[in-house]
Design a protein around this ligand. Structure first.
Ligand SMILES: [Zn+2]
Length: 481
């Protein structure tokens, strides 16, 4: 089966923070898991046509293109930084995207009409709000005053799709994960869907963005433009074969933050229905990360830069913390204190120590080159681990692998191989341990790809022999003076 995995595409008015890294890592774990049995297209990118880009450029006295390129590159560089395995990175300023978004607009034409409109707009959200949604007259998310806008714009006939979308979500034709978010969407739909504005005047957009087909006085509203990236990247306009292979014949999973679910579960679904295209299978929504229990913000000065974090601790330790500390569908908290404590306990003293202990004993007991005696153990761990991966319970999958690590440590303590002299008995014990380490490496691959690869490299390619090719320390302990 062909599978498309997507993340949200990020705004380019700033550089990535830990929250962006978190989402890309979640998607990477899932993509690596699916790649074992499927052909996977893993897509991420940047959303560049928003008013925020224009305003940031104005503030910095440069062109929007410059801001967009500079920050998009920073997002792109997270691939190497975090060991992400995506196949494609789309920038919404690319030609394939412009042409694809316009093609989608045309495909939705029967549901598009023009009308005069007056509304309250939040540039932070790139969305209109109803009076009753505001808190003290401000955006409920950004807490800023909204801009009152009156212009003639294009609208999308969302009201027409109300019953259909309700049914699709209720029946899990598009499955929303977790259930709590699904229920939120259902009650939102039941409160009534109104047609939404999908363009703005070119004047208000400062000429930045994608022209509405056959009307260059209007630019596409940024969400109509942005959502279409999921198909434009595949080649909706310029590569029919790839588009059909992954979108129409494949299965799509969107991985997004809980704050933008409405756009995906309602607007995007309506656009696809209108254009007669296949719907995604799953929308997984993740929670947010705070720092010392505070929202990350420039004004507080607690924004964590993933580049600095990886430079200090390495990519797998960063992945491990974010994946094991809390469940993906809930919120989590980061602090350096928690990070270092977990690093020392689970990575340095945990898995790192187990690997080094086994390899050292093999060398000491002169077992290199011995024939492995085959055991079929720990298969249930792999099955359970896969189940957790399917259900986006990444923290539970890791807890399971660490349970196995503790069991193996317990086995070594119990057998005390350092006291054993009988070769046959030692080969039995270390066959079991080496096979178990290979299974741990296998299970770790979606989560900690670098560590998994190292463990397998240490054990050598020949699976029939006990071997130790290297004993490099996996996670040197963080020491305090
Ligand atoms: Zn807002």
């Amino acid at each position: 089966m062909n599978k498309l995995i997507t993340t949200a595409i990020d705004y380019v008015n700033g550089s990535p923070h830990l929250g962006h890294a978190l989402e890309k890592i979640y998607a990477d774990v899932y993509a690596r898991h699916l790649r074992r049995k499927n052909k996977v297209y893993f897509l991420t990118g940047t959303d560049e046509n928003s008013l925020k880009t224009v305003r940031t450029a104005e503030q910095e006295g440069v062109l929007p293109e410059e801001i967009a390129s500079k920050n998009s590159l920073r997002f792109y560089e997270m691939k190497e930084l975090l060991g992400l395995s995506y196949n494609d990175f789309i920038r919404t300023t690319e030609k394939r995207h412009f042409l694809g978004a316009q093609k989608l607009w045309k495909a939705c034409e029967k549901d598009i009409y023009k009308k005069n409109y007056k509304g309250l707009y939040c540039v932070g959200c790139e969305e209109y709000f109803k009076e009753e949604e505001l808190i003290d007259g401000c955006c409920p998310i950004h807490k800023t005053r909204l801009e009152e806008i009156e212009e003639e714009n294009y609208f999308f006939r969302l009201s027409k799709y109300e019953d259909k979308i309700l049914q699709i979500i209720e029946n899990n034709e598009v499955e929303i994960i977790p259930k709590q978010r699904k229920n939120e969407m259902l009650s939102f739909i039941k409160s009534g869907l109104q047609d939404f504005c999908i363009s703005r005047t070119s004047k208000r957009a400062r000429g930045w963005g994608i022209d509405v087909p056959l009307d260059s006085s209007q630019k596409m509203w940024v969400w109509f433009d942005a959502l279409s990236n999921y198909i434009t990247a595949l080649g909706y306009f310029n590569n029919e074969k790839n588009f059909n292979e992954f979108w129409e014949k494949g299965e799509t999973t969107h991985i997004i933050g809980k704050d933008i679910l409405r756009f995906h579960a309602i607007y995007w679904i309506a656009m696809l229905l209108s254009a007669g295209l296949k719907l995604p299978s799953k929308i997984m929504t993740h929670g947010f990360i705070t720092v010392n229990n505070q929202k990350m913000s420039k004004s507080i000065g607690n924004v964590i830069d993933p580049f600095e974090l990886v430079l200090k601790y390495g990519k797998d330790p960063v992945r491990y913390f974010l994946l094991s500390e809390f469940k993906p569908t809930g919120d989590g908290d980061f602090s350096y204190e928690k990070f270092e404590k977990k690093y020392n306990a689970d990575l340095s003293s945990g898995i790192g120590n187990l690997v080094s202990r086994i390899l050292t004993l093999i060398v000491k007991k002169d077992l290199i080159g011995e024939e492995i005696i085959y055991f079929n153990e720990y298969e249930d761990y792999i099955l359970k681990c896969n189940k957790h991966l399917e259900a986006f319970e990444f923290n539970e999958a890791l807890a399971l692998i660490w349970k196995m690590q503790k069991e193996l440590d317990g086995y070594i303590e119990e057998r005390k191989p350092w006291e054993i002299t009988d070769k046959r008995e030692l080969v039995l014990i270390f066959s079991k341990l080496v096979l178990a380490l290979r299974k741990i490496a296998f299970m770790l691959e979606p989560f900690l790809p670098e560590t998994s690869e190292k463990i397998l490299k240490f054990l050598g390619e020949d699976k029939t022999k006990i071997n130790v090719l290297s004993r490099e320390m996996l996670f040197p302990r963080i020491k305090y003076d």
